[in-house]
Design a protein. Structure first.
Length: 286
């Protein structure tokens, strides 16, 4: 240790009761201080880069925070996302401000989870970070249930009527189509009752919510069915039975009105008698 100056530490009493002094060389202490300054400076620069201070177009510091974080083993090297059905992983990472290979300095898993659960298509989320550079994200997407038309706009909704942005309704045309104010909230009950009569459900092209009280069905052959506010299931069953026995949905009918109890009003598309002016008749169920 010749040529090095030694600085005494505070005295420490030995087991033999004598006082002794431990010495530490200045180069070791200086190196420790230098590393601390370097880490502090790196943290400041990474924070500035995260805040967008260096991200202008053409900046040589673009993704500088990711490269610097990689030096300290704090870059997002291993990212796993599970549970996605209708969305891309990039959408998830953009929303929480993470890029593969980017900095994880200051990343907060709880805050990221809250951000993800604020998305209307996410039912719940779990975010776990394993230090220093692993990130695991588990999502539970809301399930598309129906397409809701309101004010000329179409949106995908889940069973609870929650709109799911980011999904293209054209790619989910197999879902039931409902329209009108409040149709999103009543869609689950409507579909449940229609599923009990699959033969009729297959013919329904759309269902409109009227006055937030009842439904009007539009069939693929142009027939309209006005359902009552109460006992909708019984009304649907009557139509299904009449169609099975008399094939009424294929007899040039324009409209079937079931809003009146114990009576079905049929509006014909064309008069049975060409000379007749009356286009409305009544059909009593058998």
């Amino acid at each position: 240790m010749d040529g090095q100056r030694r600085v005494p530490r505070p005295l420490k009493r030995s087991r033999q009761g004598k006082w002794e002094a431990r010495l530490t060389s200045l180069p070791v202490r200086a190196a420790a201080r230098g590393f601390g300054v370097l880490f502090l400076g790196a943290s400041i620069i990474v924070g500035a880069a995260d805040g967008g201070a260096f991200t202008y177009e053409g900046s040589p510091f673009n993704n500088f925070n990711g490269r610097l974080a990689a030096v300290f083993g704090m870059a997002a090297e291993d990212i796993r996302i599970t549970g996605l059905m209708h969305h891309e992983p990039a959408v998830v990472l953009d929303h929480i401000g993470v890029r593969p290979g980017g900095s994880l300095v200051g990343f907060n898993a709880d805050e990221a989870r809250i951000l993800l659960e604020s998305l209307d298509w996410v039912a719940d989320a779990e975010v776990r970070r394993t230090f220093p550079n692993s990130l695991e994200i588990t999502l539970n997407e809301r399930k598309p249930f129906a397409i809701w038309q309101k004010d000329g706009n179409y949106s995908v909704i889940d069973r609870n009527g929650v709109e799911m942005s980011g999904l293209n309704p054209l790619s989910l045309r197999q879902l039931p189509l409902v329209s009108g104010k409040g149709a999103n909230l009543a869609a689950a009950d409507y579909v449940n009752q229609m599923e009990a009569i699959p033969a009729l459900m297959q013919k329904v092209q759309a269902a409109a919510r009227v006055g937030e009280r009842r439904w009007t069905l539009y069939l693929d052959n142009g027939v309209k069915i006005d359902l009552p506010e109460a006992n909708m299931d019984a009304a649907l069953q009557r139509v299904a039975e009449l169609d099975q026995k008399q094939n009424i949905l294929s007899k040039g009918i324009r409209e079937i009105d079931l809003r009146t109890k114990d009576r079905i009003v049929i509006a014909l598309a064309e008069p049975v008698d060409p000379k007749a002016d009356e286009k409305t008749s009544e059909l009593q169920p058998r």
